[in-house]
Design a protein around this ligand. Structure first.
Ligand code: SF4
Length: 370
């Protein structure tokens, strides 16, 4: 999430939605509850604003930041002057984090589990209540969001009620859904608006479990996938490509075809080098050029079986041209960078860019397409 800093006189942290005081102004009100001026209203101010603020009232003055706050965004402002952009109005890639903990310990996890108690339920419910315009998509993630089952279900329930036009995209390892009643419970709440994206690393339990860091994870995920299908929830399978599984990508496609022919989409994904991926880089990193022939074979296998497949997180110049049509602009704007020489590149508009954490490793592979 995007962070910002400012100067403030507030004495309690607040979560609120920003509303322009008038269309021309850079002065925003922050509404904690209803969209009307009241004593709970706090001022929000850009550092270059010409608006006068009354420092006897609550205020937050943004300093030293290029962050663009937009009308109807939702922010967390702390008494220390730290701020977080919790929700961006008009975007379809906003994520609500249920917990930072997880029941896997994946060797390439970009946000490793924190192993400490956390509680984001009231913040998440507040965000959903404050959303002004219903987005097309809202993502629910973690950690592993389903391990805090009651928080997860309450959140899905509220999104379903408050944002009936919004589709919910859940990122989960699906192990919890090896319990059929939990898959059923989710389906009862929001079957038609939920899609779940599940990482499956290999067609063999030993490789999957090694990557997931938990013995038995493979079979729970497999059973979870089957149960989710039984209750009618649509599923995407995500395969993060690394040294351990690159040579079995085609086998994995066969496995998915034979066991999960109902899968809506398969995403083959490049690593985001942060967290455990950074720590274990030497053990897991595979240069995109070396991975190309395995990726190509996997895609051909999927095509022959009429299974929709895409490539996420691969800058176009790191893969051969015949794979470009599968590459998606998958990297969130706030994590994505382009190098200065990308400006010369003919395909920049079609390219996903580079994770800002991957520059050091990928830089040598980035060559503009002229
Ligand atoms: S040079 Fe930059 S914009 Fe062009 S394909 Fe590579 S990463 Fe993308």
């Amino acid at each position: 999430m995007k962070q910002f800093i400012g100067e403030t006189n507030i004495t309690n942290s607040i979560i609120g939605r920003v509303e322009k005081s008038n269309p021309e102004s850079k002065l925003y009100y922050i509404y904690k509850n209803k969209c009307e001026y009241n004593k709970d209203t706090t001022y929000f101010l850009y550092d270059n604003s010409k608006d006068k603020i009354n420092k006897n009232k609550n205020y937050f003055k943004l300093i030293g930041s290029s962050l663009q706050i937009k009308n109807h965004d939702i922010v967390l402002i702390q008494t220390s002057g730290n701020g977080t952009l919790l929700y961006e109005n008009g975007k379809d890639d906003n994520t609500l984090i249920v917990t930072h903990n997880c029941n896997n310990e994946c060797i390439m996890c970009s946000q490793p589990p924190r192993h400490e108690e956390d509680n984001y339920l009231s913040m998440n419910l507040k965000i959903v209540n404050l959303i002004k315009n219903q987005p097309n998509y809202l993502c629910i993630s973690g950690g592993e969001p389903t391990i805090k089952w009651s928080d997860f279900i309450k959140l899905v329930e509220l999104v379903n009620i408050k944002l009936p036009l919004t589709n919910v995209f859940i990122l989960s390892n699906a192990r919890v859904f090896s319990e059929y009643n939990k898959a059923q419970m989710l389906a009862k709440l929001a079957k038609d608006k939920v899609k779940i994206a599940v990482p499956l690393f290999s067609d063999t339990d030993d490789i999957h479990d090694y990557i997931a860091g938990i013995e038995g994870a493979f079979w729970e995920t497999v059973n979870g996938l089957l149960n989710l299908h039984r209750v009618g929830i649509s599923i995407e399978i995500r395969v993060i490509i690394m040294k351990q599984n690159v040579n079995r990508l085609s086998n994995l496609i066969y496995f998915i075809y034979h066991n999960f022919p109902f899968i809506e989409h398969i995403a083959l994904m490049g690593l985001e080098i942060t967290g455990n991926a950074k720590k274990n880089l030497n053990d897991i990193w595979i240069d995109p050029k070396v991975a190309t022939s395995s990726i190509r074979n996997a895609i051909l296998n999927a095509n022959r079986r009429n299974m929709p497949i895409s490539l996420y997180n691969f800058p176009l110049c790191t893969i051969p041209k015949y794979l470009w049509k599968y590459a998606r602009k998958s990297i969130s704007e706030w994590k994505r960078v382009f190098l200065p020489n990308c400006n010369e590149c003919k395909v920049k508009k079609l390219c996903c860019g580079i994770f800002n954490t991957n520059i050091g490793v990928l830089q040598k592979n980035i060559n503009p397409i002229l």
